[in-house]
Unconditional design. Structure first.
Ligand code: 5GP
Length: 344
C-alpha cells in the first residue's frame, strides 16, 4: 500500500484570479478554436464544448442545435444506420458529430455499418468507464488500423501515464474523468476516482507533449467550471448534466404539482442497463444514478448562458481568446467557492 500525499484539486477547490487586461468587452472574446489532430490529420474548427454521449443529451436534436454554434455532440451508442438515415439534416451537421462505441463486437459492427453508409463522419469516440485495461488499448489499435483517417477519441482515464498509452495506441484525443459526473456513483460504489481539475492539468500536459488533445469530461456544474476546465488546459470540455433536461434531448416530460421535470440517468445506471442491455449481469453493480431535473426549455438558452460565462472569464483574466485562457490562468485555492445563502 502507498499513499500519494500531493493534494489533488477539484473545480470547486479553486477560482480564477482576475488580472489587468486591455479587453474592452466580452463581445470581443473569440471562443473558436482550430485543431489539427495527431493521427487523422483532420482539421476541426468550432467552439470546443461537447455534449456527452448520454441518453437525453447525445441525441440528434441536441446535435442539430449545437452544430449551429459549431459545437460537437457525441451521439449515444444506440445511434445506428436507421436512426441516422431518418435525420434530414445529417449531411449538414456531420462535422460536429462523434459516433460512440464501446468495445463489444456489436459496437464494432454497428460502427462499420454506419461508416459504410455515411463515410463522411470524422469522429469516433471509443468510450468505456475504465480505460485502464490492456484489452482497451488493443481495441484502440485495431480501430486506428482500420480507420487511419478518422479522429479517434478514447477514454476515460485520469492519469498522465495512461493518457500517453492511449495516444501511443492511436487515440487523437483522450477523454479524461473518472467519477466526477453529475449522475455517476463510481466513487461511492468503488472508491475509485481522481479530482477532476488535477486530472485535467496532468493529462493535458501529457497529451500536449505528444501533440494530442484532451477532453475534460464530467464534473462541470456551472459556466465557471467550464472556464476552469479550459484554464486547466483542456482542449474540449464535455457536458452531460448541464445540457440535460431540454426539449432537444427528447426526454419524457413529467408533471408534478404543476411543475415539469425530465428524467436523467447515468449511462451505467440500472435504468440505462435495462433499457439498452436487458438489465445488469449478476456480477456487476450499477455505477450511475437516476435523477429528475427541472425541465429547462430550449438548449440554446443554456448554451448562450455558458458561452456568456466563459467569455466573461476570459475578460476577467485578460485572455482575448479561448486559446489564450490557459496561459492567462492563475488558480487560487479557496475554502469556499461561492456564497450559497440563497442557493445557486
Ligand atoms: P456531467 O457533465 O453530467 O457531470 O458528466 C458527464 C459524464 O459523466 C459523461 O460524459 C460520462 O463520462 C460520465 N457518466 C455518464 N453516465 C455515467 C454513469 O452512469 N456512471 C459513471 N461512472 N459515469 C457516468
Amino acid at each position: 500500500m502507498r499513499i500519494e500525499e500531493d493534494l489533488k484539486l477539484d473545480y470547486s477547490d479553486v477560482l480564477l484570479r482576475p488580472k489587468r487586461s486591455t479587453l474592452k468587452s466580452r463581445k470581443d472574446v473569440n471562443l473558436l478554436r482550430t485543431y489539427r489532430f495527431k493521427y487523422s490529420k483532420n482539421e476541426w474548427s468550432g467552439i470546443p464544448i461537447m455534449a456527452a454521449n448520454m441518453d437525453g443529451v447525445g441525441e440528434l436534436g441536441v446535435a442539430e442545435k449545437l452544430s449551429e454554434f459549431e459545437m460537437i455532440t457525441c451521439l449515444t451508442k444506440q445511434h445506428n444506420v436507421k436512426k441516422l438515415k431518418e435525420n434530414k439534416k445529417i449531411k449538414s451537421i456531420y462535422q460536429n458529430i462523434a459516433l460512440s462505441i464501446g468495445i463489444k463486437k456489436e459496437d464494432f459492427e454497428n460502427l462499420d455499418k454506419i461508416l459504410k453508409e455515411f463515410s463522411f463522419f470524422n469522429f469516433i469516440c471509443i468510450d468505456v468507464a475504465n480505460g485502464y485495461s490492456e484489452h482497451f488499448t488493443s481495441f484502440i489499435k485495431s480501430i486506428r488500423d482500420k480507420y487511419p483517417t478518422k479522429t479517434i477519441i478514447a477514454g476515460n482515464v485520469v492519469t498522465a501515464d495512461m493518457t500517453q498509452e492511449l495516444i501511443l495506441s492511436g487515440a487523437d484525443i483522450v477523454k479524461v474523468g473518472i467519477g466526477p459526473g453529475s449522475v455517476c456513483t463510481t466513487r461511492i460504489q468503488t472508491g475509485v476516482g481522481y479530482p477532476q481539475l488535477s486530472a485535467v492539468i496532468e493529462c493535458a500536459d501529457a497529451a500536449h507533449g505528444l501533440g494530442a488533445h484532451i477532453i475534460a469530461d464530467g464534473g462541470c456544474t456551472c459556466a465557471g467550471d467550464v472556464a476552469k476546465g479550459f484554464g486547466a488546459g483542456a482542449d474540449f470540455v464535455m457536458l452531460g448534466g448541464m445540457l440535460a433536461g431540454h426539449d432537444e434531448g427528447s426526454g419524457k416530460i413529467v408533471k408534478n404539482n404543476g411543475k415539469k421535470y425530465i428524467e436523467f440517468y447515468g449511462s451505467s445506471s440500472d435504468i440505462a442497463n435495462k433499457k439498452h442491455y436487458g438489465g445488469l449481469s449478476d456480477y456487476r453493480s450499477s455505477e450511475g444514478k437516476t435523477v429528475r431535473i427541472k425541465y429547462r426549455g430550449k438548449v440554446k438558452d443554456t448554451i448562450l448562458n455558458i458561452l456568456g460565462g466563459v467569455r466573461s472569464s476570459c475578460t476577467y483574466v485578460g485572455a482575448p481568446s479561448l486559446k489564450q485562457l490557459s496561459k492567462c490562468t492563475t488558480f487560487v485555492r479557496v475554502a469556499r467557492q461561492f456564497n450559497d445563502t440563497f442557493g445557486r
